[in-house]
Every structure is written in structure tokens, then in C-alpha cells.
Ligand binder design. Structure first.
Ligand code: AMP
Length: 186
């Protein structure tokens, strides 16, 4: 199973990706988490992306592509993967298309988790991660609408997009996603 989870910051992508990864026995690949590890280890990439993350900006596509490709080439991805936080721009989506073609690992579905903006702001404010200040929350949501939301149309056009209502408790949303995947005609 090779899935992408799409959705604004705060819709519960990370939580759902982790639960689905356990259920489907595939790795959960969070590019935000990969970047946080680079920062913690003070690697050259970590040093380059710190400012972007603190400001709520997207890290450069070139860095993200390099990190993702390295991760997708690891052997545990042979069985599948769940992508959380990638792609976030059209250029990342185009790159991913080429990469999965080249690795002969086509994507199965793109699940967009949908939650109303008021609920999202409330959830992010309570999450309290270091990059969740009121200013960066607003900025990340603006960037999501500008850069990432157009990906829904990109995947809709190739028949891969599935929408799931994410305004429910975690278990219920996981159930909705699993039912949505089960209904896909592979
Ligand atoms: P996340 O944990 O997915 O909320 O990501 C945290 C931060 O990491 C984002 O606000 C961005 O600064 C950066 N980031 C994560 N994934 C990407 C990506 N695919 N492209 C650009 N920046 C990213």
C-alpha cells in the first residue's frame, strides 16, 4: 500500500499516518519529522532548514526531494509507505510522480483529510509544538492554501484523490480512511 495523506496543518495527518502505518504494516514517512531529526543532529540540512521551519515557511524543494528520495530508497519501503507532509508543492508532486515511476512503485491513493479552518486553528493552538505560534499557524495555513491545496486538483485529475471528513475522534477518522482504501478498485 502506497498512500499520500494530504491536508492542512492540524487536520491530524501525523496521527492518522502513524495509526495507518501500524495497521497496514508499512513505514510512516513524515518529512517534518525527518527535518526535525536533521535539526536535532545539527546536520548541514538541519542548519539550512531551521530558519524556514521556525518561520512556518516551506523548506526548499531541492532539499525535500533529496531527503525523500533517500528515504524511499530504503529497503523497508519496498512493501509500501504512507507519506505525511510530502508533497507540499506542485513541483514536489511532479518529482514524486517521476520517482515512483522510476522505482516501479506506483501510488495507490491520495487521501485528503478535510477539517473546517476554525477547528484547525483551535487544534493547532492546543498542540503547542515549538513552531505553533499564532503567527506561524496563520502563515502555515496561508501557505497550505496557496502551495499545497492545488495538489488536490492535480490528484483529482488523475483519479487518485479521495476525500475523508476528519472532524471526528481519531479512531473514527482512521476507520473512515480504512473504509475508503478498501473501496478502491486496485
Ligand atoms: P510538519 O511536521 O509536516 O507540519 O512539517 C513541519 C515543517 O517542516 C513545515 O512547516 C515546513 O517548514 C517543513 N516541511 C515538512 N515537509 C515539507 C515539505 N514537503 N516541503 C517543504 N517543507 C516541508
Amino acid at each position: 500500500m502506497r498512500l499520500i495523506l494530504l491536508g492542512a496543518p492540524g487536520v491530524g495527518k501525523g496521527t492518522q499516518a502513524a495509526k495507518l502505518a501500524r495497521r497496514l504494516q508499512v513505514p510512516h514517512i513524515s518529512t517534518g519529522e525527518l527535518l526535525r531529526e536533521e535539526i536535532q543532529n545539527s546536520t548541514p540540512i538541519g542548519l539550512q532548514v531551521t530558519e524556514y521551519m521556525n518561520a512556518g515557511e516551506l523548506a526548499p524543494d531541492s532539499i525535500m526531494i533529496e531527503l525523500l528520495e533517500k528515504r524511499l530508497r530504503e529497503p523497508d519501503c519496498l512493501n509500501g509507505f504512507i507519506l505525511d507532509g510530502f508533497p507540499r508543492t506542485l513541483s514536489q508532486a511532479n518529482y514524486l510522480k517521476t520517482l515512483v515511476e522510476c522505482l516501479k512503485t506506483p501510488l495507490d491513493a491520495v487521501i485528503s483529510i478535510e477539517v473546517a479552518s476554525e477547528v484547525i486553528v483551535d487544534r493547532l493552538t492546543r498542540r503547542g509544538r515549538y513552531d505553533d505560534t499564532p503567527t506561524t499557524i496563520k502563515h502555515r495555513l496561508d501557505i497550505y492554501h496557496r502551495e499545497t491545496e492545488p495538489l488536490k486538483e492535480f490528484y483529482r485529475q488523475i483519479g487518485m484523490l479521495r476525500g475523508v471528513d476528519g472532524d471526528a475522534d481519531q479512531e473514527e477518522v482512521t476507520g473512515r480512511i480504512l473504509r475508503c482504501i478498501a473501496a478502491i478498485d486496485f
